[in-house]
Ligand binder design. Structure first.
Ligand SMILES: CC(C)(COP(=O)(O)OP(=O)(O)OC[C@H]1O[C@@H](n2cnc3c(N)ncnc32)[C@H](O)[C@@H]1OP(=O)(O)O)[C@@H](O)C(=O)NCCC(=O)NCCS
Length: 297
């Protein structure tokens, strides 16, 4: 695999990947952030250039220092040639199989190929297929125009709350613990550090109660995917998430920032919510492989 570093090449790749949306969604979102300052220190690998077939984004080596950190040790993949994938993915120079890690992609055929890649390795793999949600103009990103996340201003979160007791606000690092404690896939020290980093680098919205405590929130991660959306149980089913997330969507669209999200099959309310605010689901699905080497189990 070739490591693409030159900004012009990354821009060319990003532009080209827009033709493969939604399947290329995860790498497209990662490269968007790499071009805009690369806050998670990711790198881009392609099998050949300029006629690439496979693209992988992953953290740079110095980021993957903790062998048990699934949140940071994450790889995103898109391929137009599944035949060569087992060989590419099986290589330790592409994926560090000695670590616990996650691979994510939005293509139905990936599962079989990733299984082939790990078949001869002592690795426990948990596969999860979920619903990918996108909007019609989710890809209307313009990197040169896209505004930087302006954490210091509340101008971007002005929307009318249907209940005057609740005020829209921006999430910041002080909210990381609250988000982590309520994130089904978090609730540990590593996920807390990951959330803190997301909050420092990407936008997050919330609605706060009169004491200033968030009651509903949503944030973004390094591939521009919405994650960790939550409304405190006592405030659920009052239209709060719908209102707050619609405002988040408008903010991102106005700022030319691409976005998408995913929902687990059985999460009925989250499916309703996604559809109510203008997302529609994409057939290619959202896929994740959580891999743990036998010696780390
Ligand atoms: C999903 C979640 C964020 C929704 O928050 P919320 O503030 O209750 O959402 P809203 O009140 O705006 O409702 C959104 C939709 O879900 C429906 N809904 C929410 N709670 C419901 C309930 N208890 N019973 C029936 N419908 C419900 C609403 O009717 C609405 O659908 P509609 O537009 O078709 O009427 C919330 O249930 C939650 O925090 N769940 C746990 C975490 C989670 O699953 N996060 C999403 C990860 S993708």
């Amino acid at each position: 695999m070739i490591r693409l570093q030159e900004i012009k090449m990354l821009q060319t790749l990003h532009q080209s990947l827009s033709q493969s949306i939604p399947q290329a969604m995860k790498v497209y979102g990662s490269i968007f952030n790499i071009i805009r300052g690369n806050p998670f220190n990711l790198e881009v690998l392609v099998d050949s250039w300029p006629d690439y077939q496979t693209v992988i984004t992953r953290p740079q080596k110095q980021e993957m220092m903790d062998d048990k950190d699934y949140y940071i040790n994450s790889y995103h993949i898109f391929s137009k040639d599944f035949e060569k994938l087992p060989e590419i993915l099986g290589s330790n120079s592409v994926i560090n199989w000695k670590q616990s890690l996650t691979i994510q992609g939005c293509q139905n055929g990936l599962n079989e190929k990733i299984r082939d890649a790990v078949a001869s390795k002592a690795i426990q793999m948990d596969y999860s297929k979920r619903f990918l949600y996108i909007t019609n103009n989710a890809m209307k990103s313009n990197i040169s125009k896209a505004s930087k996340h302006e954490a210091s201003t509340t101008e971007n979160v002005k929307f009318r709350s249907t209940n005057d007791n609740f005020k829209p606000s921006l999430l910041d690092i002080s909210h990381a613990e609250l988000v982590n404690n309520n994130w089904k896939f978090g609730q540990n020290e590593r996920s807390l550090r990951y959330i803190q980093r997301c909050l420092q680098n990407f936008p997050g919205f919330c609605l706060v109660d009169p004491e200033g405590k968030p009651i509903s929130w949503i944030l973004m991660e390094q591939t521009n995917e919405w994650r960790m959306g939550y409304t405190l149980p006592e405030y659920q089913n009052r239209g709060i998430a719908k209102q707050m997330m619609s405002a988040f969507m408008q903010y991102l669209q106005k700022s030319d920032i691409p976005f998408f999200t995913h929902v687990e099959e059985m999460n009925e309310y989250a499916h309703k919510l996604a559809k109510a605010i203008g997302f529609h689901f994409a057939d290619c699905g959202w896929h994740e492989w959580k891999c743990t080497p036998a010696e780390l189990l």
